[in-house]
Design a protein around this ligand. Structure first.
Ligand code: HAM
Length: 425
């Protein structure tokens, strides 16, 4: 039997009802905060990711689905392509490519779609997973550098999780400073690691040389006591970065968004500057980050674009759904009316009635004239129908239908012309 590829999965009903409820809620919230949707391709030139996410990150060094795309015609060139492991790079590429900066205003863009990383699959970690993300990007004159943008974004996330009904989330906040701060911090880490790095895992030994900041991502239990004793990033922030971070915290305090400072959280992508954050949830086990994000003030320039500071986040939709389910959330879209044709020749009448109801905006489904009434009742219940409508010879002749409320068992005879009104109640 052919099966879905390792790390990928089929999303089936009724789970997909919950996915859709989440997506329609987030679209509603994005509209309230004046975001607009952007859709970028699922594959891009490989260099987009190596130049933005960073060569030394786990994502680029070992998790990307990359292939050499052969030229099919003389006019084409062969190139290395990659299934997007994340969407920020694609959004910033599109921002530059289409000159969105020319408007001089802030772009507030959101996306919902699949991402691909060749990670070791486990609960909450897949090779094809879905992100709901957003980016605020624009020229500094449009206010893109302001700590108010950071606070606005974090407040929206708190609102979003609250309105979805997710309790028990925690906002972990940090500042990774600007490029100069991180160069000094990396130097300090390199020195602090020198006498101890030989006791650490092989990944850390490599990172200590190439990008010591990434040592903080290490999950190997034996390395943790060493990592705990390393210098902290906060001591290396310059004055503007320190002030920026203080302003973000002050605004979050003012609007009542709770957070915890976590200085180890440096995030697994190289483009971050200043504010970084994750929202975690206890119901997720090892993969506890429901979402992550941060500022990326130099990203546009590193992709040959204009100065365009930005901040964004991506929710792991798979994990958000798991977290909601761990709190008992479920969604089962139901139909209003289940039509039960009773006896030979009744299918066409059921179809006609279903057609009328659906055109009038009432959700309906119908069975088959060969089903016994008992079976139709069972199917109506399975579909979660509020009402069952019996369509038999007598009903058709009288143009009046027996309508039974499956909740309270009440049954009434309703003339065809009043059915819609009745069912809408
Ligand atoms: P990220 O932290 O790599 O950030 O991913 C964001 C979220 O995607 C994670 O918190 C997690 O919930 C989910 N996620 C990541 N990998 C997997 C996986 N293999 N399976 C299931 N879920 C996963 C980014 O991608 C940045 N682009 C976020 C961002 C936007 N930063 C600024 N703007």
């Amino acid at each position: 039997m052919l099966k879905a590829v390792r790390g990928t999965r089929d999303l089936l009903p009724p789970d997909t009802d919950l996915w859709n409820r989440v997506e329609s809620k987030v679209r509603d919230i994005f509209a309230r905060y004046n975001y607009h949707e952007i859709r970028t391709p699922v594959f891009e030139d490989t260099s987009l990711f190596s130049r933005s996410v960073g060569e030394e990150t786990d994502i680029v060094s070992k998790e990307m689905f990359t292939w050499d795309d052969r030229a099919r015609a003389q006019s084409e060139k062969a190139q290395s392509l990659t299934l997007r492991p994340e969407n920020t790079a694609g959004v910033v590429r599109a921002y530059i490519e289409h000159g969105l900066y020319k408007t001089g205003t802030l772009q507030k863009l959101y996306y919902i779609g699949p991402q691909f990383r060749r990670e070791r699959p486990q609960k909450g970690r897949y090779r094809q997973f879905y992100q709901i993300g957003a980016e605020i990007i624009g020229p500094p004159s449009a206010g893109s550098e302001s700590p108010a943008r950071d606070a606005e974004l974090l407040e929206m996330l708190a609102t979003l999780l609250d309105e979805l009904g997710l309790g028990g989330w925690q906002l972990q906040l940090n500042s990774v400073g600007c490029a100069d701060d991180r160069a000094r911090y990396n130097q300090a880490l390199r020195e602090a690691l020198k006498p101890v790095v030989h006791q650490m895992c092989v990944d850390c030994q490599r990172r200590a040389e190439t990008n010591p900041l990434r040592v903080l991502d290490c999950k190997v239990p034996e390395d943790q006591p060493i990592i705990e004793k390393l210098p902290k990033i906060s001591a290396y922030l310059d004055e503007p970065c320190r002030e920026h971070f203080a302003a973000v915290r002050g605004m979050l305090d003012a609007i009542g968004v709770p957070y915890t400072i976590n200085e180890r959280m440096v995030r697994g992508l190289d483009y971050y500057t200043r504010t970084t954050f994750e929202f975690t949830h206890g119901g997720l086990g090892a993969q506890s980050a429901v979402l992550g994000g941060g500022r990326y003030d130099g990203l546009s320039e590193s992709l040959d674009g204009p100065k365009a500071p930005g901040i964004g986040f991506a929710i792991g939709e798979d994990r958000l759904i798991l977290a909601l389910q761990s709190e008992g959330s479920q969604s089962h879209e139901t139909v209003q009316a289940y039509i039960a044709p009773l006896g030979a020749g009744m299918n066409v009448h059921a179809l006609k009635l279903a057609h009328e109801l659906r055109r009038a905006g009432v959700s309906a489904d119908f069975g088959d004239e060969n089903f016994r009434l008992k079976k139709s009742f069972e199917l109506a219940e399975k579909a979660g129908a509020k009402y069952i409508v019996i369509v038999g010879e007598n009903e058709v002749a009288a143009d009046t239908f027996a309508l039974k409320n499956l909740g309270n068992g009440e049954q009434v005879q309703v003339p065809r012309a009043q059915l819609v009104e009745h069912l809408r109640r």
